[in-house]
Design a protein around this ligand. Sequence first.
Ligand SMILES: *[C@@H]1O[C@H](CO)[C@@H](O)[C@H](O)[C@H]1NC(C)=O
Ligand SMILES: *[C@@H]1O[C@H](CO)[C@@H](O)[C@H](O)[C@H]1NC(C)=O
Length: 339
Amino acid sequence: MHMNSLAALALVAPASALLRFGCSQLVVERLDPLVNPGSNPSPHLHQIIGGDAFNVTMDAEAGDIAEKAACTTCQFTEDFSNYWTAVLFFKARNGTYQRVPQIPNVGFEGQTGGMTVYYMQDGLANYEQTSKVTAFKTGFRMLVGEAAYRTKEQANRFRQITYTCLQDMGTRFPESMDFPKEPCPAGIMANVRFPTCWDGKNLDSPDHMSHMSYPELGTFESGGPCPESHPVRVPQLMYETIWDTSKYNDPELWPEDGSQPFVWSMDDTTGFGSHGDYMFGWKDDSLQRAMDSPCYVNCPTLKTQSVEEMNKCSVPNTVDENFDGWLDALPGGRTGEKA
Ligand SMILES: *[C@@H]1O[C@H](CO)[C@@H](O)[C@H](O)[C@H]1NC(C)=O
Ligand SMILES: *[C@@H]1O[C@H](CO)[C@@H](O)[C@H](O)[C@H]1NC(C)=O
């Protein structure tokens, strides 16, 4: 019965949606309305993209961000979600830090900083994209990764939070769980993939993670089933952030002890603390509509805006601090010394 209805659905409506789009920088600042709501500043620096309703507090009382936002830095104009990660710094031999610039993916030229965002029904290599997914609901939010992790054993809790050492802008493998150990000619791409099974009830949870789960068997890519506790299969959300580390590739600039010189804003030199935050903010049913329509990357059911329009949307930095130039410490006072 179940199989029959699925087969019938596949015959009637081949739903193949994979959204891949660019979003320019909205702001870089020390706020984290998911993990540290109300705290200005939050402990470490973030880079944020998406709708301009981004703020220090974004709880239910602050309202639906898709209604509050007036613009978005994303290519699809119905997407007022906010997406953020930590910020990458280079640490010089003399102990000072410089923020590493972000650059867009191939095909998104002109976009200022930001990221590439994906919503997938099946693994990236599956051009059919036939598995049904349920879009996130208004007020939904989640976190993946743990900023305090510094070992592979810890980071194994998460799947697919990785780095790609870009030999050129088209490099896509291999991926590593820790920072690349050698200079990467075209930069370092940080990849964050979120879990794909939702408990179907909670828009958030105390750790911002336990309302989500990985598939019970296999993986999202292999079509693994969701566990009974988290039965609702949602799109796989993925971020790609390209950090242009190319100007730091001179071996003379790298540490003399042979270690690599990059450090996340939460003072992580391992790379195992990488994390991504998500606040859903698609207008009305636009995400479900897009996921139910046959489209691969270019989705005519969604309205798009130009790169110029994307770049125009921003919010002022509400935390009064400088993080450009050579810094004596990471924003928030972290000097790289072990506590
Ligand atoms: C951010 O929140 C403050 C109140 O905490 C409010 O005054 C301000 O308008 C909000 N900004 C946006 C862009 O929603
Ligand atoms: C520290 O090192 C960087 C990179 O080599 C250099 O540009 C900067 O001027 C140095 N700062 C000081 C205070 O020496």
